[in-house]
Design a protein around this ligand. Structure first.
Ligand code: HEC
Length: 249
């Protein structure tokens, strides 16, 4: 396809190189399958239903404002501890409005002091959520989702790790003989998808519908990476000008 003799193609590889490339690509392919399985088990069921759904992704990054531990407890086993049922609405309203500190001082703290702190105090039950301080209450009143430090940590690991993998897959893939424009696009797309993926985590933390972009970017990266692996393996073994084991080395 390319007449410039300084470009190497799969046909120029030694058998050792083909073997090395092949086992590497197979290992990455297996790793990817396990990564998908890991993704499934990490996020599935967050919304209370089995299986992975868009809601699970939203909850993972954005959190669920109606699924805080405090609200669930007030709707469940902790409800009888309230002297007045109407106080539940006061607290739930406060959670949904963002759980700010002034609302806590004025409306929520007096209720908790009267109905909850005889059990929920670090002096009495260190194992239970501390409902004597704003920080303690916030820990069970937050919407959850990924914290900014956690997202930053995962982002840098993700970018470093995936960039290496994509680079090596791409280095092998550029030896293939396909349309040169398709090739150029295919080496760039997975990197773009990776950037969009990481960027979309941070946006989804604020804007829940952006979870669709998380999923799309993930699918795009998987498919473009898969295409590079499959084309490379196929051409190395079945589409060479010379069959692999004909030469020396
Ligand atoms: C009689 C003692 C007692 C009182 C009063 C009490 N709780 Fe609890 N609370 C507990 C115990 C025990 C647990 C642990 C239950 C468990 O893990 O199954 C708990 C757990 C919780 C949890 C954590 C649930 C989770 O997600 O693990 C929250 C939130 C909570 N209580 C809120 C409250 C609120 C709000 C009040 C006041 C309206 C209150 N509790 C009053 C004993 C009490």
């Amino acid at each position: 396809m390319n007449s410039n003799p300084s470009y190497r193609r799969f046909a120029d590889l030694s058998v050792s190189e083909i073997l090395l490339n092949s086992v590497f690509l197979c290992a990455i392919g297996c790793g990817y399958v396990f990564a998908l399985a890991n993704l499934y088990y990490t996020h599935q069921g967050r919304d209370g239903k089995p299986g992975l759904s868009m809601d699970d992704i939203v909850i993972a990054y954005h959190g669920a404002d109606d699924k805080t531990r405090l609200e669930s407890a007030l709707n469940g086993i902790m409800e009888p501890n309230l002297r007045y049922k109407s106080d539940k609405d006061v607290i739930v309203k406060w959670i949904h409005a963002g759980a700010d500190e002034s609302g806590y001082r004025n409306e929520v703290a007096p209720i908790l002091a009267r109905d909850c702190q005889r059990c929920h105090s670090p002096d009495i039950n260190p194992g239970l959520p501390d409902l004597t301080s704003y920080q303690g209450v916030l820990a069970v009143a937050k919407s959850g989702g990924a914290s900014l430090p956690a997202l930053i940590r995962v982002s840098h690991i993700h970018l470093f790790g995936i960039a290496f993998i994509l680079y090596f897959i791409g280095k092998i893939f550029v030896l293939s003989e396909i349309n040169v424009f398709a090739k150029r696009a295919l080496v760039v797309i997975p990197f773009l998808a990776m950037f969009i993926d990481v960027f979309s985590w941070f946006v989804t933390k604020q804007v829940s519908w952006f979870s669709h972009v998380v999923v799309l970017a993930g699918v795009l990266m998987g498919m473009s990476m898969g295409a590079q692996i499959i084309i490379s393996l196929y051409q190395m073994w079945f589409h060479r000008s010379q069959p692999p084991f004909s030469g020396a080395m």
